[in-house]
Design a protein around this ligand. Structure first.
Ligand SMILES: *[C@@H]1O[C@H](CO)[C@@H](O)[C@H](O)[C@H]1NC(C)=O
Ligand SMILES: *[C@@H]1O[C@H](CO)[C@@H](O)[C@H](O)[C@H]1NC(C)=O
Ligand SMILES: *[C@@H]1O[C@H](CO)[C@@H](O)[C@H](O)[C@H]1NC(C)=O
Ligand SMILES: *[C@@H]1O[C@H](CO)[C@@H](O)[C@H](O)[C@H]1NC(C)=O
Ligand SMILES: *[C@@H]1O[C@H](CO)[C@@H](O)[C@H](O)[C@H]1NC(C)=O
Ligand SMILES: *[C@@H]1O[C@H](CO)[C@@H](O)[C@H](O)[C@H]1NC(C)=O
Ligand SMILES: *[C@@H]1O[C@H](CO)[C@@H](O)[C@H](O)[C@H]1NC(C)=O
Ligand SMILES: *[C@@H]1O[C@H](CO)[C@@H](O)[C@H](O)[C@H]1NC(C)=O
Length: 605
């Protein structure tokens, strides 16, 4: 599968999970369609030799999926090529039936109860009927010796504790995820020149259960999924063609020297949620991986950025480790880096060397949230477009903190310890491309000065703002959203003309303040006005005169009495869709244009 598309997917995941990746990604995206599509109108039952209740949509294809079968269908035609038995209750595959199917190419046994072993002693008592006299394993290894055409075998979601000792050399894809495998053998996956993908996630494999030569002679394996097992170190002697290697959710604490020294094609290495320390790595652990684009080392036990990063990494995830410093040079080797994720470590600004990000000319997304930064770190990458500094301890912003980051479009400084007096009035002067700034959850009493005219979204909620003045909002003609909820704004603290320059403003959130009436002279472009949880007592006939395009007005939980709300205020608002007046001392109802929805308490509430 083209890796650019998987990178894109990851990217989307990344952006939609700023707190970290989802733990287990979908592992089965390159499994082929298991069964040919049933052509419309095929009389499925009528095919001679098709087992009862199964369908046989095309020649040599038998689909017995989801039939609650307890027993393997008997007397299957010897010539079948595709057999689907997924979602049944099979606990064993009879040797005699399976070994006959010499032409079988696809065997789908996903989601059954197949076990590896039946202890002979348990046989007489367990009440099951076995199809041969002696008790044997639920999965008879020997049966596979005659399946000399088998290419795809799906055994995920069964109860195998050991992999088959032997699988045919014709195999291309093997899926044994979600069993309880503790052991695989030399010829389970070894000596299969066409094998491309091996899925072993969600098992109980430890390093002891994985032989050193497990993949010898299977030089085409490009996808190897071993996540969610019990590995304590990275397996050695992995196939050289490997492109995707997933080892997340194990207990890996070291990568033996040379384990990754020849995997030149590896593009995606997942090692998150393990127990890696810097002592478990060496200078060359990753240095030979010249195709590596995505390295996920998040949620490990690293105290330093690993040495010897290869040059072509695009995404490096080091979040949730124990990094407290960023030395020079370490990161700079990864010259192609675009996304650097360092959240949830213990970084301080003084621990970040001014050259830590030097030469990272493609780096556009830098996540530093949830660290111990006491100020903006020095030497920020020059081309950064998205910078996440939220949830730190930043107390001040100096005139030069953002003097070199001219490409910055999105800046999140929320939940720090900023006071208005500690934000330099020239701090943002170079940010000519800034579109979105979030300074919510700080201690600001004034709007920050010198915000750039490119700004589209300004979030200042949850501060201590007690005044608004036109000078500080002048020039913000592109502003579309202004979030001022949870502050201490009163009508008297909003200077006349405050909104005058905001000719593009569509959303104004003034909820949870101390307003006693609707602010006057709101900009004509406004569509959403949030005023809930204030102290508004009156809506005059002129209240919305300046906002003819308004769509939504929320006046919930104010101090409105019905007599103080003028119906006229709403009559000319042609685009009005919702007015919410619930939670006021009296129910309020005003006739509205037909399309509108007046949200108010139900009778009796
Ligand atoms: C097995 O199938 C063959 C032909 O497909 C049929 O002649 C024979 O009767 C079947 N045997 C049983 C036991 O169903
Ligand atoms: C086929 O399905 C019917 C109805 O569900 C069931 O009674 C019958 O036992 C099934 N036959 C076989 C061979 O499973
Ligand atoms: C498996 O491959 C490794 C490395 O190439 C080699 O040292 C080992 O002898 C091989 N083992 C077998 C059984 O082929
Ligand atoms: C992680 O590794 C350390 C040794 O480096 C070990 O003491 C600890 O038990 C390991 N933790 C887990 C969860 O495996
Ligand atoms: C991290 O590594 C240290 C040793 O360097 C170990 O004592 C500690 O248990 C490890 N932490 C975890 C969560 O495994
Ligand atoms: C900033 O972070 C907060 C979380 O504290 C989040 O809700 C908000 O969407 C972020 N803003 C931007 C512009 O990324
Ligand atoms: C607004 O822009 C003008 C001209 O670009 C500039 O002189 C003035 O200082 C700016 N005002 C603010 C508050 O940034
Ligand atoms: C609200 O209406 C009441 C009763 O009509 C009136 O006495 C009061 O002055 C009005 N309050 C405001 C703020 O207009």
């Amino acid at each position: 599968m083209p890796c650019s598309s998987c990178l894109l997917l990851l990217l989307l995941l990344l952006l939609s999970f700023p707190g970290g990746f989802p733990l287990e990604s979908q592992e089965d995206d390159d499994l082929p369609l298991l069964m040919p599509q049933l052509p419309a109108g095929t009389p499925a039952w009528s095919v001679p030799g098709c087992p009862a209740n199964c369908t046989c949509p095309v020649d040599e294809t038998v689909d017995c999926g989801g039939l609650d079968l307890h027993v393997f269908p008997s007397n299957l035609s010897k010539s079948i090529q595709h057999l689907s038995l997924q979602n049944n209750r099979l606990y064993e595959l009879p040797y005699n039936e399976l070994s006959r199917l010499a032409h079988l190419r696809t065997l789908n046994l996903h989601n059954n109860h197949i076990t590896s072993e039946v202890t002979p002693a348990a046989c007489p008592e367990d009440g099951r009927i076995y199809s041969s006299v002696s008790c044997f394993k639920g999965l008879p290894d020997e049966a596979f010796e005659s399946l000399q055409a088998l290419q795809y075998i799906y055994l995920a979601n069964n109860q195998l504790s050991e992999a088959p000792q032997f699988l045919p050399s014709t195999l291309r894809i093997v899926d044994m995820a979600a069993n309880c495998l503790t052991r695989i053998y030399q010829l389970t996956f070894g000596h299969k020149p066409g094998l491309r993908s091996v899925y072993l996630h969600n098992n109980q494999l430890s390093n002891v259960g994985l032989p050193f030569d497990a993949f010898n002679g299977s030089d085409a394996i490009s996808t190897l999924i071993l996540s969610s097992n019990l590995l304590t170190y990275m397996p050695q002697n992995l196939p050289l063609a490997i492109v995707r290697l997933h080892l997340q959710n194990n207990r890996i604490s070291r990568i033996p020297k040379g384990a990754l020294s020849k995997q030149w094609r590896l593009r995606e290495l997942y090692l998150q949620n393990n127990n890696l320390t810097n002592e478990g790595l060496d200078l060359s652990t990753f240095s030979k991986l010249k195709s590596l684009e995505y390295l996920d080392l998040s949620n490990n036990n690293l105290t330093e950025v690993p040495s010897g990063l290869p040059p072509n990494i695009v995404i490096l995830h080091l979040g949730r480790n124990r990094l407290s410093t960023l030395p020079p040079e370490r990161l700079s080797r990864a010259r192609g880096l675009q996304y650097l994720l360092l959240q949830s470590n213990t970084l301080t600004a003084s621990g970040v060397h001014p050259d830590a990000f030097a030469r990272l000319r493609s780096l556009h997304t830098l996540h530093l949230y949830n660290n111990q930064l006491e100020s903006v770190p020095p030497g920020l990458p020059r081309r950064v477009r998205s910078l996440m500094l939220l949830h730190n301890k930043i107390t001040n912003i100096g005139p030069d903190d953002f003097a070199a980051t001219y490409a910055l479009a999105e800046l999140n400084l929320s939940y720090n310890r900023l006071y208005s007096a500690r934000i330099h009035r020239l701090a943002f002067r170079k940010l000519r491309r800034l579109e979105n700034i979030d300074i919510s959850g700080n201690q600001l009493t004034l709007l920050p000065a010198g915000l750039p005219p490119s700004l589209q979204i300004l979030n200042l909620q949850k501060n201590q703002l007690n005044s608004l003045s036109p000078e500080l909002l002048a020039n913000l003609t592109m502003l579309k959203e202004l979030h001022l909820a949870h502050n201490r704004l009163r009508i008297s603290s909003i200077s006349p003309g405050t909104w005058q320059e905001l000719q593009g403003l569509k959303l104004l959130d003034l909820s949870y303040n101390e307003l006693s009436y609707i602010p006057p002279d709101l900009p004509e472009s406004l569509e959403y006005l949030y005023l809930q949880y204030n102290r508004i007592t009156v809506v005059t006939a002129e209240a919305f005169l300046t906002v003819p395009n308004i769509c939504v007005i929320t006046l919930r939980s104010n101090r409105l009495l019905a007599a103080n709300v003028s119906a006229e205020a709403f009559t000319d608002l042609k685009r009005l869709e919702v007015v919410d007046t619930t939670g006021n001392p009296e129910p309020i109802s005003i006739p509205l244009p037909q399309t509108s929805r007046w949200v108010q308490p139900q009778a009796g509430t």
